[in-house]
Design a protein around this ligand. Structure first.
Ligand code: B12
Length: 247
């Protein structure tokens, strides 16, 4: 016989590929036999409907993980209440981990989803294809696009920003962007001044998120200062010009 892609082609398919080849022996109990069980989850095996599954097709088992700022016992029962309120059936706590006692408890709750999804009714947004890297690079080089980047305020986390920029990390340099990385804990003023100095059309900043809203303050300051220094408009026009990137 001709050998195709799968080893089991030699025997016209194995039982994993050709379900009809499975010979069931569990036929004695009239109420609980293999045919009854197969009938119960037929629609999930035929691919028309879908439910999360763990043990068998369409069992509907789902696991929720949550952190509650309460002690172990309270978290246990509160998490079950949450799962029940979400509509899950047969709820059960399967894992608990007390974080620092002053913080609370991490809980995992198992439950059964009481509904299924009809795959023909699933709404999916249209796939927007990514621009070809060669196309992006061509435009970037033609326009000689420059980028000024820094972590601002008192942010010392340089690694993420370098990842975005560095060619060795597949960063935007590989598309031909000329990147001016100013470093860490840079003032917003310095970022704006550098952008003006090198005629950068793009500014990338990274900043720590804090309860004091320092991230929002920094972003607003960047916007405000760009307006004050007269480059926000230029920036907006640059963005308009960048629209041509979208075919
Ligand atoms: C390494 C690290 C440090 C190192 C940084 C070394 C360095 N040179 O970068 C050191 C030890 C200095 C450090 C110090 C601190 N750290 Co720290 N640190 C981390 C850690 C473990 C990893 C960060 C990292 O490099 N990740 C790898 C990179 C590749 O991922 P990334 O940073 O997320 O970047 C990606 C995206 O976010 C995105 N991205 C990032 N920047 C940008 C920018 C733009 C424009 C775009 C488009 C995308 C983008 O793209 C990147 C690539 O995929 C994180 C925890 C974590 N697991 O994330 C904490 C973490 C960031 N640190 C934290 C904290 C609190 C601190 C300290 C305040 C701790 C302290 N009490 O002293 C200090 C602050 C120092 C300071 N002044 O900034 C918190 C920040 C929480 C917050 N509110 O934002 C984190 C989240 C840890 C935590 N859960 O508590 N830290």
């Amino acid at each position: 016989k001709e050998i195709n892609n799968k080893v089991c082609d030699l025997i016209d398919g194995c039982t994993l590929c050709v379900h009809g080849k499975i010979s069931y022996i569990d036929e004695l109990d009239e109420i609980d036999n293999v045919n009854v069980r197969l009938k119960e989850n037929k629609e999930y095996r035929l691919g028309r409907k879908v439910k999360p599954e763990v043990q068998w097709a369409g069992d509907g088992v789902i696991v929720l993980s949550m952190f509650l700022p309460t002690g172990e016992r309270t978290s246990h029962f509160a998490s079950l209440e949450i799962a029940r309120n979400l509509g899950l059936k047969e709820t059960e706590v399967i894992h608990k981990q007390i974080m620092h006692p002053a913080e609370g408890t991490y809980v995992e709750v198992k439950g059964v989803l009481p509904f299924s999804i009809d795959l023909e009714e699933v709404r999916m947004p249209e796939i927007i294809p990514n621009l070809e890297p060669e196309y992006v690079e061509k435009i970037v080089r033609e326009k000689n696009l420059k980028v000024v980047a820094a972590t601002v305020g008192e942010d010392e986390h340089s690694v993420g920003m370098r990842e975005i920029l560095d060619i060795k990390h597949e960063g935007i340099e590989k598309f031909g962007f000329k990147c001016y990385y100013l470093g860490t804990s840079i003032s917003i003023e310095k970022v704006i001044d550098a952008a003006i100095e090198v005629d950068a059309k793009i500014i990338l900043i990274s900043t720590i998120i804090t309860h004091g809203e320092i991230h929002r303050i920094n972003m607003r300051r960047l916007n405000q200062l760009a307006i004050e220094k007269g480059i926000r408009d230029i920036w907006n026009r640059a963005l308009e010009r960048l629209q041509f990137l979208i075919p």
